[in-house]
Design a protein around this ligand. Structure first.
Ligand code: 4EZ
Length: 229
């Protein structure tokens, strides 16, 4: 079984590379892809760079060039749901693109004709995640993650995304990865640990908690692999 693990930033995959220690590096289209083996699983790890376009390229490369059969995304996010505190984990049950807007033609926000408004994560991977959460005694929120090419640091924008999509957290890659995996029929899963609350202080909070939250998400992802062997 070949499994892709991706993040958007170096900091999001660094704890994985540290854990696996030995890996091969292959460069494709301006990104580095790291391959390794873990308990009989073939792994392909990469960070895409920030945003939907780069994330789509990386997800597509991992699947079409490297033959990934499942894709796990690990990283950090801004919280919308007030239950989510810094370092808490959220797994996406579904994802949407909050920045898609052709409402001028009567389409709902986030919708592209022939596409979907919400893309659903793989149920099996969700079940594995729930198992890991209960083993670790860690709370895991299941919810909607909204994606867009904006670092949201604004209460008004955050509340709009929350009400429009009933979203619990937001980030800049998840839904684009979901679109690619859906089209290529590869089961996927998006896990994020909270780095900020997408408000005025989001930039400072993000800088302070990026590394520690990324590590939380990476640790959880490794425990998921243990259940997939
Ligand atoms: C994008 N990622 C942030 C990249 C920030 C700074 C150089 C996650 C994220 C996020 N995205 C954490 N908090 C966020 C927020 N408030 N808005 C959007 O996936 C790059």
């Amino acid at each position: 079984m070949k499994i892709a693990i991706m993040g958007a930033m170096q900091e999001e995959i660094e704890p994985l590379l540290e854990f696996f220690e030995k890996y091969e590096t292959i460069e494709v289209a301006g990104n580095k892809y790291y391959t390794t083996e873990y308990k009989g699983l073939e792994l392909i790890i990469a960070y895409s760079k920030i945003g939907k376009v780069f994330a789509s390229l990386t997800a597509s490369t991992m699947i079409q060039k490297f033959g990934a059969e499942k894709l796990l995304f690990s990283g950090v996010a801004g919280a919308i749901n007030p239950k989510l505190k810094i370092g808490d984990l959220i797994v996406a049950t579904s994802l949407c693109q909050h920045d898609v807007d052709i409402t001028a033609f009567g389409h709902p926000s986030g919708f592209i004709p022939e596409g979907k408004l919400f893309y659903e994560s793989d149920k099996e991977l969700l079940e594995i995640a729930k198992g890991v959460a209960s083993d670790m005694g860690k709370p895991l929120l299941e919810g909607v993650i909204a994606t867009g090419d904006q670092f949201v640091a604004d209460e008004v924008r955050k509340d709009w995304i929350g009400t429009t999509f009933k979203a619990d957290a937001l980030e800049m890659e998840g839904a684009s990865v979901a679109v690619v995996c859906d089209a290529l029929e590869v089961p996927f899963f998006v896990l994020r640990a909270i780095s900020d609350t997408a408000d005025m202080d989001a930039g400072f909070s993000f800088d302070e908690f990026l590394k520690s939250s990324a590590k939380e998400s990476a640790k959880f992802t490794i425990s998921m692999l243990d259940k997939m062997v």
